[in-house]
Write a protein of this length. Structure first.
Length: 369
């Protein structure tokens, strides 16, 4: 039963990793005899004329791209507190055990950008996403022997909409047709059912090589690198109980939970009463008794709150707060970009290893500014 509420909180946890287009847009090798440039036709990038005079082939200074991303990440949940109908909040760290918590998202982004300097690209991000959180968790209580037993289990999935805005920059370094790009961006994502937007910081170093084709201004780039995501760990929110909980049979689960908690409390009290005063003063026994009482009290209080909420299940709400983190902040990425000409580029990237998987595809149009 408890886990059910947890599922609600988790659904809100999803953070949308922001994503920027990183690629080698420059033909970086210096020419032996740099051409003389009478005038550079664009305002940007700053120092663009000097770069061209030295033999660099610069990309068009402005662009806009659209990208589609799918990602799935494993989460770690801590410091979980749950309440019902704006009533008291109960800490369930000792009672709730998460077997698996997975956040997934499918997102569409629009990304305008400019080359501010020949070595620095800056951009904005506008994101619309569908997110989901899948939870497998259990409610556990101790007995007189300090053995913990699962009294209820829940597997659930909740879906939410999200909108994000952010900005980023990509410093680049190139030698011959090899290049290094250090992409970084920040995004504020507003997720339905969350009280505050989620702040996300993404860092993605990539090392790659560009291969030119015989067709003028056409090339293909390949790269490998890393992808690191960090987001605000504290989350609070409120959601309707009926949005994620299967209400059918819920009352029966609550009633069974009461019986199991009462049985466990009877065993704990009987064990404690059977100890001598000296044994009760033993720190190990006292700690064991205190832990069992605390966990059983929390389980009973939440079951009571759920039982009361079920009287108006369709309008009942669940309030929650928790700390969440990605199981692994880093994963490995490989990607490629095909440049049809100086105006149009197609890009694809895959991230894997660790506990996050992601797939990205996009198209970009560039023009002079």
């Amino acid at each position: 039963m408890k886990r059910i509420l947890i599922a609600l909180s988790l659904s809100a946890l999803i953070c949308i990793p922001s994503f920027a287009q990183v690629y080698a847009n420059k033909d970086l090798p210096l020419k032996i005899a740099p051409p003389k440039v009478e005038s550079y036709p664009y305002m940007l990038p700053i120092w663009g004329k000097k770069a061209v005079e030295r033999g660099f082939q610069l990309p068009y200074s402005a662009g806009i791209s659209t990208q589609v991303l799918w990602q799935e990440s494993e989460l770690i949940i801590d410091n979980l507190n749950v309440g019902f109908n704006n009533g008291p909040m109960y800490n369930l760290d000792e009672n709730i055990r998460f077997e698996s918590s997975t956040a997934a998202a499918t997102a569409l982004s629009i990304r305008p950008d400019i080359w501010l300097f020949p070595f620095l690209n800056v951009y904005g991000l506008f994101i619309k996403a569908k997110t989901s959180t899948s939870i497998n968790a259990g409610l556990w209580i101790p007995d007189a022997e300090n053995n913990w037993t699962e009294v209820a289990a829940l597997s659930t999935k909740a879906n939410f909409d999200a909108t994000g805005v952010g900005f980023g920059m990509t410093p680049t370094i190139g030698i011959s047709r090899y290049w290094l790009a250090l992409d970084m961006n920040v995004v504020w994502t507003d997720v339905s059912a969350l009280d505050k937007p989620v702040f996300t910081f993404v860092f993605g170093p990539r090392f790659g090589k560009t291969i030119k084709f015989k067709k003028p201004d056409s090339n293909i780039a390949f790269w490998a690198g890393g992808f690191r995501v960090k987001f605000t760990s504290s989350t609070t929110g409120s959601i309707l109980l009926s949005e994620v909980l299967p209400l059918d049979g819920l009352q029966e689960k609550v009633d069974q939970g009461f019986i199991k908690v009462d049985d466990a409390q009877t065993q704990v009290d009987a064990w404690w009463s059977g100890l001598t005063p000296a044994e009760q003063q033993n720190p190990a026994n006292a700690a064991r008794y205190s832990t069992a009482n605390r966990a059983l009290e929390a389980a009973g209080s939440v079951l009571t709150a759920v039982d009361g909420a079920l009287s108006n299940a369709d309008t009942a709400t669940v309030q929650y707060s928790l700390d969440k983190n990605l199981r692994n902040k880093w994963n490995f990425i490989v990607g490629s970009q095909y440049q049809l000409n100086r105006h149009f580029m197609l890009r694809a990237e895959v991230g894997f290893l660790a506990s996050r998987t992601q797939v990205l595809g996009g198209i970009q149009y560039r023009f002079g500014l």
